[in-house]
Design a protein around this ligand. Structure first.
Ligand code: FMN
Length: 294
């Protein structure tokens, strides 16, 4: 089951979606058992920014039909807090570490990526480009030229493999993926959450403290599968496929659509061992397929 992702060997093809599995809290809850049977083959940190962020006011979650709308708002300790407090603990995980970063301009993003990538504990960097560039007012990942500018700047300053996390809230995600590849990305991952909103049934006012949020979970799976297929057909770099994966059969669909590896997000809230369950199920499916074609 081992796979190569951007020159890094993984024990299997299952990652976590950034921000959906708190490995430090899980270690507190499950102890060292978590390390003995870690549910993912690489661990992706939640997104960090240069300065600390409080995140959005509560409430931050809404259960939608077959999905979740979140307006967490990327609370994090900032770069220095991450490096001194979280990184030493994440480095104890038994799998390669991917650090997710977000900046408010290509320069910010490149600074953050360079500072994180110089640490030997970090195997890869993932760029969360679902936020506005304060210099242009445009969402960095919503448009090919903006994405190319951001990725190009990161590429010049970061020697570790760079994964670009695509937003589904773009006119043509495959064109954005192609631009990322052209600017030097080593892989793309998709999809991030789709814009969504929920109203308080009593007041008909927005339920979430952030006003609107991002939809994830099985509700987005069909959209994700189509976008993964379209992106995989357009780029040669590996694709990390995610969006509503809950079972090994779902993961097998994403791999068949062109993903090189998959990631589990919302399902880990329901079942913290989902990653291991999907990985074991994929291994069984592989054995069955091999037996059927022998
Ligand atoms: C509560 C929550 C927090 C998230 N935080 C982040 C984040 O910090 N950075 C990021 O790039 N994506 C974040 N995501 C998006 C997921 O990584 C993933 O792209 C998305 O949820 C789709 O996968 P899923 O349907 O399997 O959850 C978050 C999603 C959820 C539900």
């Amino acid at each position: 089951m081992s796979v190569d992702l951007c020159g890094v060997t993984l024990g299997g093809p299952v990652l976590n979606g950034s921000g959906t599995f708190d490995a430090i809290a899980a270690r507190r809850a499950f102890g060292d058992e978590l390390l003995e049977r870690f549910p993912f083959d690489a661990f992706v940190s939640k997104t960090i920014t240069i300065e600390p962020r409080e995140g959005n006011p509560p409430p931050r979650l809404w259960e939608a039909p077959s999905g979740l709308i979140n307006s967490i708002g990327l609370p994090n300790k900032g770069l220095e807090g991450f490096l001194t407090r979280d990184l030493p603990r994440l480095a104890e995980l038994p799998v390669p570490l991917v650090v997710s970063v977000m900046g408010y301009s290509p320069g910010d993003l490149a600074e953050l990526a360079a500072r994180v990538a110089e640490r030997e504990e970090v195997a890869m960097v993932e760029l969360n480009v679902s936020c506005p560039n304060v210099e242009s007012g445009l969402i960095m990942g919503a448009e090919p030229a903006e994405t190319a500018r951001a990725v190009g700047e990161v590429r010049r300053r970061c020697e570790k493999p760079v994964i670009v996390k695509l937003t589904p809230n773009a006119t043509e995600p495959a064109a954005v993926a192609e631009a990322a590849e052209g600017a030097g990305a080593d892989a793309v991952s998709l999809l991030n959450t789709l814009k969504g909103m929920a109203l308080d049934p009593a007041t008909r006012l927005p339920w979430l403290g952030g006003g609107s949020g991002g939809l994830s979970g099985p509700a987005v799976r069909a959209v994700a599968l189509e976008q993964v297929a379209a992106v995989s057909a357009r780029v040669r770099i590996p694709v990390v496929g995610m969006g509503g994966i809950a079972t090994a059969a779902d993961a097998a669909d994403f791999l068949a659509a062109g993903a090189h590896v998959v990631a589990i997000g919302t399902e880990s809230f329901r079942d913290p061992a989902a990653g291991a369950r999907v990985r074991d199920g994929l291994a069984r499916l592989q054995v069955q397929t091999a037996a059927a074609s022998a």
